[in-house]
Design a protein around this ligand. Sequence first.
Ligand SMILES: Nc1ncnc2c1ncn2[C@@H]1O[C@H](COP(=O)(O)OP(=O)(O)O)[C@@H](O)[C@H]1O
Ligand SMILES: [Mg+2]
Length: 230
Amino acid sequence: MKRWFITGTDTEIGKTYVASLIIRQLVKQGYHVACMKPVASGCEHTNDGLRNDDALKLMAAANVVAPYEVVNPYAFEPAIAPHIAAEEAGQLIDIDRINALAQTIEADYLVIEGVGGWCVPIADGCLLAELARATADEVILVVGLRLGCINHALLTAAQIERDGILLKGWVANHVDPDMQMQSQNIETLQSLMPCPLLGIVPWHSSALNESGVTMQMNSECALLNMLDLR
Ligand SMILES: Nc1ncnc2c1ncn2[C@@H]1O[C@H](COP(=O)(O)OP(=O)(O)O)[C@@H](O)[C@H]1O
Ligand SMILES: [Mg+2]
């Protein structure tokens, strides 16, 4: 099973959106695809317990769906930094437990969404990188295209490499329709990023209808790099 960890240049830059597109692409290719959102803050109380919108969106895209408690074992109500949310809830985020749950999933691909950006603490002295290292083989960095994204993308990519985790590539996500010089920003990033551009996701005014949307893949590398891995 291939295990991809989806991180981003920030929160609200399209990790869930792009992860869902990647899952749908893989499903369309005939693969069995599972998902996890191991740590989520910003959850709603339901009759079934706390539920997170990101986890539900990923589950809706996947075709191998584990029980909710496996997909999202750490769900916190307030939309605050996860290590603070965990502390408030009197819980300790246990990477070994998350990894054990990940091992119960059987699929061709497991797509795991991180939380926030890359340098997010999940417990005392423990950053998200440790969770990524324990649960995934490769990281995909979603770059939300907006002013400031070049700096965030380069810093994030450098840190992922420093953390010794394979950075498979980055995805350019048009999250701000008003951003100026979008293609020039992509070109600059292409020349400076230490990993390939896997795909470009246009801004979709109908982002809510995600099932109808496909990713415009970089013709040179993306389809092969992302989907033909075995
Ligand atoms: N390419 C896109 N086109 C239009 N809207 C997008 C696009 N990517 C993300 N969005 C919207 O931006 C918001 C944040 O995206 P989301 O995937 O939830 O970010 P993250 O997971 O990084 O917090 C959501 O409302 C989502 O629908
Ligand atoms: Mg998300």
